[in-house]
Each structure stands twice: as C-alpha cells, then as structure tokens.
Design a protein around this ligand. Structure first.
Ligand SMILES: [Fe+2]
Length: 318
C-alpha cells in the first residue's frame, strides 16, 4: 500500500516511569521529554525519540514506522481498520495513522515528527590487519559509560499465524522478505526477516521487523543500533556492573544480519538489544530460506538460549 522508510519507535507501558527511565539511561538513551503519564527517550541521531513508555500495567502496545510523505498517510488511512490521519498529540508532534495488525497490536505510521540536534559521538577509528596505521599516534581511551544508542533498528514479535501476520505487514508497509527460517519441515515457516523497501541505489538494514511463529502472539524485543563495537562491549559491562539488570543473550555475532549483538531485559523482563555492524541489503537481495541450525546459529558467541522466547514477566525484577 505504501513503503515506510524506517522504524520510528516501540511503545511499551510500565507502572513506574522512574524505574524505566533509569534502565533506559543505563542502556544508553537520553530523555527527550517526560510528562506525567509518558516517557520519551532519544538516541544520538536527530529523531525526537525512539522509545515511548506510557504509565500503566506492563505491556507491549505496538510499533511505529516513518512514512515517506504526508500523502502516504492519507493513502494508508484508506486501509481497512485504519484511523483517519490524526495529529500526534505528544512531544515531537507530527501526524499519524494507526492500524491494528492481525494479532491486535497497534501499528502507527508517522510523518512530520520534530527533529533535534544530534548528540556528539566520538569518531571511531580502528586499526585493522590491512590498515594498521588508521589510528597512528592516537591512543584509544574509553571511560566506563553507557553505550551510545544511535537509532531505532528493529522490532521482533511472536504470532500464532506467521504467514497471515507477515503478509499483512508486507501489504500495508511495503516490507520485503530478507530471509526465512523453517522448523522441522520446509513447509513450516518459523520466522520471517523483513527489510524496508530500499529506494534505487540505497541499502537498508538486513531487517527492520522479524515475525516469529509461537503458540501465542507476544512481544519479543526492541533493537537499537549503537555507535560501534566498543559501545556494545562498554554498554555490556556498564549494565553488568550496575548489578541489577538481567542479561538475556550475547555478546555474539548473528548469522542472519551479521550484527554484533547484546541483549538485556528491562525491569519488567522486556528484551532490549544493542547491535553494531549489520549486513546492509537492497531490493536485489534474494530472499534466503534456511534450516533452524543455519538460521539461528551465531558466527561466534553463546548459543541461542531457549528462555529468550519466554513471556517477559517470567524475568521481571520490578
Ligand atoms: Fe534483534
């Protein structure tokens, strides 16, 4: 129907915004704005915010994507079950259309959100085997600190109807299949990785949305790109040293997407990911079809832990 240009933010709810803000700050985000009933956190890029938490019982409300134009919002508003184009009455402003996916999740498509000054991030210069003098004369000294969350990268959900759900996302948002994983038999699709439609000449992240077959619909994780490899490591040890957060998986390098990743749970057990160095693809990328052994294996790092697919509340500490 339209082609969205990127993921914008995930929208969660939590009963304690102080606790959520403390976690997200330690995770490497910066407060953009906070009202009595909601928290808006940003990264170092210009987007006004890339994470929304509404005050309420812990829940995953939905995902927001950026539209290419206001006109696209009007096109999308014609879809079955869509709201009219409405003013986005919260910090950052803009306009949006709200849809409901086949599992009842809210999908927002937004346009015209306010942009902020980007936040400063160090230049990353690394000596490699072939380029040993990239950083000649400069010493590498990085203090202990949270990672620098740069931008919103992808969302992962579970569904009991992966084909219907994924067809819906592709039809409404213009997403394309990057890779599929089957389970037990090749006609039994377990997971579908989707990328943004890449305008001619451009490349996009390996996936912006991953849909996973499960017994029931749920939320799996929100993912954020960080500045560089040191940021993944420093962010990991910073959260670990806090001594109060649950680690979920990592550090490793995925096979599908190739990201160097690290996963942490917020106080209500919801998984948030740091990554760097994704594969970038365009619309010529041939959709891959993989066995679970190949698709879920790491290039390096710890094996996939089955509790990664648990309901978040099993791992809540709040
Ligand atoms: Fe991820």
């Amino acid at each position: 129907m339209i082609n969205v240009t990127d993921i914008a933010y995930g929208r969660l709810s939590a009963p304690d915004l102080d606790l959520m803000e403390a976690f997200l700050t330690d995770f490497g985000m910066v407060r953009a704005e906070r009202t009595k009933t909601a928290l808006f956190m940003r990264g170092t890029d210009a987007e006004h915010h890339l994470h929304v938490t509404e005050l309420g019982d812990p829940a995953f409300i939905g995902i927001a994507f950026h539209a290419a134009s206001e006109e696209d919002l009007h096109t999308l508003a014609e879809a079955e079950g869509a709201t009219p184009v409405e003013d986005l009455d919260e910090p950052g402003g803009g306009k949006r259309v709200r849809l409901t996916d086949p599992d009842g999740r809210q999908v927002e498509v937004i346009w015209g959100q306010e942009m902020l000054e980007p936040l400063p991030v160090r230049d990353v210069v690394i000596n490699t085997g072939k380029e040993r003098l990239n950083r000649a004369g400069d010493l590498q000294r990085i203090p202990s600190r949270p990672a620098h969350v740069k931008r919103s990268a992808h969302a992962v959900v579970t569904t009991a109807q992966v084909k219907a759900s994924n067809d819906w996302y592709q039809a409404h948002l213009g997403l394309k299949t990057t890779d599929e994983i089957w389970m037990e038999t090749e006609d039994n699709i377990f997971a579908v990785f989707n990328h943004i439609d890449a305008p001619t000449g451009s490349y996009v992240d390996h996936h912006v949305f991953l849909n996973v077959q499960a017994e029931k619909a749920g939320f799996n994780h929100l993912s954020f790109e960080v500045a560089d490899f040191d940021d993944v490591q420093i962010g990991h040890f910073y959260l670990k040293e806090k001594g109060k957060y649950r680690h979920a998986w990592g550090i490793g390098r995925h096979t599908l997407g190739s990201q160097i990743f690290d996963y942490w749970r917020d106080p209500w057990g919801r998984i948030h990911e740091h990554w760097t160095d994704s594969d970038m693809v365009n619309n010529d990328h041939p959709a891959g079809f993989h066995s679970p052994e190949a698709g879920l294996a790491n290039q390096w790092g710890p094996e996939f832990p089955m509790e990664f697919l648990d309901d978040p509340e099993k791992h809540a500490i709040a």
